[in-house]
Design a binder for this molecule. Structure first.
Ligand code: HEM
Length: 343
């Protein structure tokens, strides 16, 4: 997987280099990184090219926009009658996405190398045979659902974590230099060796701090399975609960007076960044449903950021307009224009 990540990132950075050489120093980083993260998940998880996955991404994005308008009413009785147009659109998009994914799965099943490929889809198909798990097979619609979660969950949150990182590093050039120094010491000048990535400790603090200030998954959902008493309030069985991660990560009572400052070293000696509540830091959720992609995220984040930092320095464009907004994920709604320079 690491070599596929390096390949996609390098072609993005070569494109940036050509743009700079042709006199265009300002680049909208958010679009660039989202496209590259999409290409990486398409290749590493499904063994397909970005162009083949592109239609799925486009439909998923359209569905995200449609659902966002009505998603606060998930679980509210009769809510589907409140937004009939959006619900109809979302249903149609859902069916189109299902059939696109189904055609990817069918093509893989029918290909000679399909079930032996070492990517998520290859492994899912190989495991999903009666010889390996008698009686416990996934249905086709469950396979489609798994693929959908990975397609969507596997690139946007990741791309946003990097986008917010580049914003904060552009605002704190001291941290760009600290990370460059660390990359030099840990990785050296040659090709990236994935086994050395764990040594990038400061980069890990930076990632943790970025996900604290701008958690790309801004809330986590749960459903009460029994009546739950919290002080004097009772949350009735069956209630859908949205846990506001952004609010918790910005709570002065948990983090202290410097809560809104970018201070990666708060994670230096503490995995929870000095938060005084054991459930106060939840960028990847918690418990049995915690993000299954978090180790992959750390690897991809470190590879892409190392490659960027060793080729370019960057600062914020005067055209940047700070507008974080929740559209299922936490996004910079006006993009992230940066001024890039060759190192
Ligand atoms: C910065 C990057 C990422 C963030 C912030 C993030 C965040 C999250 C969060 C908050 C959840 C819900 C956890 C819960 O309910 O407790 C989740 C679930 C999930 N994530 Fe991620 N994620 C990231 C990257 C990825 C990647 C790269 C993949 C796949 C390659 C992925 C796949 C999934 C899947 C499949 C689930 C559902 C797990 C389940 O329900 O059992 N995520 N993620």
């Amino acid at each position: 997987m690491a070599s596929l990540m390096v390949e996609s990132t390098t072609s993005m950075l070569d494109r940036w280099a050509s743009l700079i050489d042709s006199g265009k120093q300002e680049i909208d980083i958010e679009i660039e990184i989202t496209t590259t993260a999409g290409e990486i998940i398409a290749k590493t998880s499904f063994g397909i090219s970005y162009n083949d996955g592109k239609r799925v991404f486009e439909k998923l994005r359209a569905m995200q926009l449609t659902l966002f308008k009505s998603n606060r009413y998930v679980g509210v009785p009769f809510s589907k009658f409140m937004y009939p147009k959006q619900n109809l659109e979302a249903n149609e998009l859902g069916q189109e996405i299902d059939s696109l994914l189904l055609s990817i799965i069918t093509a893989r099943k029918n290909s000679s190398s399909g079930q032996t490929e070492q990517n998520l889809l290859g492994l899912l198909l190989a495991q999903n045979s009666a010889d390996v798990h008698p009686g416990k097979l996934l249905t086709v619609s469950e396979l489609v659902d798994e693929c959908k979660t990975f397609f969507f969950g596997g690139h946007e949150t990741m791309a946003l974590a990097l986008t917010w990182t580049l914003l904060l590093l552009a605002m704190h050039p001291k941290w760009q230099n600290e990370l460059r120094e660390e990359i030099k010491q840990v990785i050296g000048g040659g090709e990236i060796d994935a086994t050395k990535l764990a040594g990038l400790k400061k980069m890990q603090w930076v990632m943790n701090e970025v996900l604290r200030l701008y958690p790309s998954a801004p809330n986590v959902q749960r459903q009460a399975r029994e009546d739950i008493r919290v002080d004097n309030a009772v949350i009735p069985n069956g209630t859908n609960i949205w846990i506001d991660v952004v609010a918790m990560h910005h709570d002065r009572a948990f983090w202290g007076d410097d809560v809104n400052e970018f201070k990666p070293d708060r994670f230096k000696d503490d995995l929870f960044g000095g938060c005084n509540h054991k459930m106060g830091y939840l960028p990847f959720g918690f418990g049995g449903r915690m993000c299954v992609g978090r180790n992959l995220t750390m690897m991809e984040y470190k590879i892409i950021l190392s490659l960027i930092l060793t080729r370019f320095s960057f600062s914020l464009s005067p055209n940047y307009c700070h507008s974080p907004s929740i559209l299922l994920s936490l996004r910079p709604t006006q993009g992230l224009p940066l001024i890039l320079r060759h190192l």
